[in-house]
Design a protein around this ligand. Structure first.
Ligand SMILES: *Cc1c(COP(=O)(O)O)cnc(C)c1O
Length: 398
């Protein structure tokens, strides 16, 4: 397959890097701890299915975590057999399919327990009793979803355990500040979680099969919180949860790079306005190139007059406002660049590199958001050993 086929803009996803990141994550875990690979928002914009397939045969992989039932169905329907867990609230209209497809869901409301049990009873026949697999979410400081780690929470767990139709697979919590320098809030969350799960095991006599806390920052910074499973998200993609984590502990390789093409080059005289609003006016003779990517592709308009692209390994500043489908750059310092050349918007070229973090900072967003928002108009091209092995064009889905 030929990458050049994608002439306007494309994202290259390096599957070797995904594997390498996974292996480096595993190296800092205890041998019995497994990984739940977080593939929500189509694998943080990288493509959930190809990444799931890349990791599926790894014996340190427990399964995959998604945010919504639809995301879980997409993976299951694509042939993924490992456990799937939905991390957020799941709406009752999905319960039947979730039960039939053996997808686990997160619970923290009494009505969910009741409705799931009812659905299992409705589906069951004299030959087969359907059961729903659940993970109970505990709120230890995130303030988002989850039962409280106290007497009331314990009642909830007791109730969940009382249904024959429900299998309590796991009890988990989420760290809200593990990516910060201050360790106190996270240590407190870990302690609350431990105390609560101890109470479940001692007072209710139930051994929790799968305990899990850690997100990417937790994996890096709090090895004591890596229980049966860890939930690895952003680091799988070679991106850091924040600037404050120790980057030497888990070596990472960036998975995604983004390219677009120069379709027009011109010389402009001093005093020439570029793009909508004339927010940039040349103060000298310059060479301007038009590149075929814009905010309609998820390249943030906030980067107007701020970010650079790499053309011929040279940093070239964006001139004026980014349009929906195109943008202009100053290529005066990259004399060898021609029409038809590709520019790098994210990734390395020569000695230079533009990272998701850099663009996140410049656009007042952050790296997670930028990755998730790369648009469906951008084809994803998957490589192994620099060879294209698979491509995903979303245009069929419009
Ligand atoms: C998104 C998410 C994760 C992964 O977080 P990263 O910082 O990307 O590792 C883990 N757990 C829950 C509950 C999440 O929602």
């Amino acid at each position: 397959m030929n990458i050049e086929e994608y002439q306007r803009v494309y994202a290259k996803i390096n599957l070797d890097a995904v594997r390498e990141n996974f292996d480096n994550i595993v190296k800092v875990l205890r041998p019995e701890t497994k990984v739940l690979a977080v593939l929500k928002t189509d694998g943080y914009g990288h493509g959930a299915i190809p990444i799931a397939r890349e990791l599926e045969d790894n014996d340190r992989l427990y399964g995959y975590a998604l945010a919504t039932s639809d995301e879980a169905f997409i993976l299951r329907n694509s042939g993924i057999e490992k456990p799937l867990l939905i991390l957020g609230y799941t709406f009752p209209n999905a319960y039947e399919e979730l039960i039939l497809k053996d997808i686990s869901l997160t619970v923290f409301r009494y009505d969910t327990l009741e409705q799931l049990a009812l659905e299992c009873r409705r589906l069951s026949t004299t030959q087969y009793n359907y059961k729903a697999h659940i993970h109970i979410k505990v709120d230890t400081g995130m303030g988002r979803i989850g039962i409280t780690p106290d007497e009331e929470g314990l009642d909830f767990v007791k109730k969940a355990l009382s249904y024959d139709e429900l299998i309590v697979e796991g009890v988990f919590t989420h760290l809200s500040r593990a990516d910060e320098k201050d360790r106190h809030p996270t240590e407190l969350q870990i302690r609350k979680y431990k105390d609560f799960t101890d109470r479940i095991e001692q007072e209710l006599g139930y051994h929790i099969p799968i305990k899990h806390i850690s997100n990417s920052a937790g994996i890096i910074e709090y090895p004591e919180a890596n229980f049966d499973v860890v939930r690895a998200g952003i680091i799988l993609y070679g991106l850091w949860p924040s600037e404050d984590v120790s980057k030497d502990k888990v070596p990472l390789k960036k998975v995604l790079s983004l390219y677009s093409q120069i379709v027009y080059i011109k010389e402009v005289e001093p005093g020439t306005p570029i793009s909508y609003g004339g927010t940039f006016v040349s103060d000298r003779k310059m060479k301007v190139a038009t590149v075929t990517v814009g905010y309609g592709d998820g390249y943030p308009r906030m980067l107007s007059n701020k970010a650079d692209v790499l053309a011929g390994g040279v940093r070239c500043p964006i001139l004026g406002r980014i349009c929906m489908d195109q943008l202009m750059v100053d290529i005066t310092d990259a004399p060898d660049v021609r029409e038809g050349d590709f520019v790098t918007l994210i990734g390395g070229s020569g000695a230079e590199e533009i990272t998701m973090e850099e663009l996140g900072d410049l656009s007042g967003r952050f790296n997670y958001e930028l990755a998730c928002e790369l648009g469906k108009r951008i084809p994803r091209v998957y490589t192994r050993k620099n060879e294209v092995i698979y491509k995903k064009d979303y245009s069929d889905d419009f």
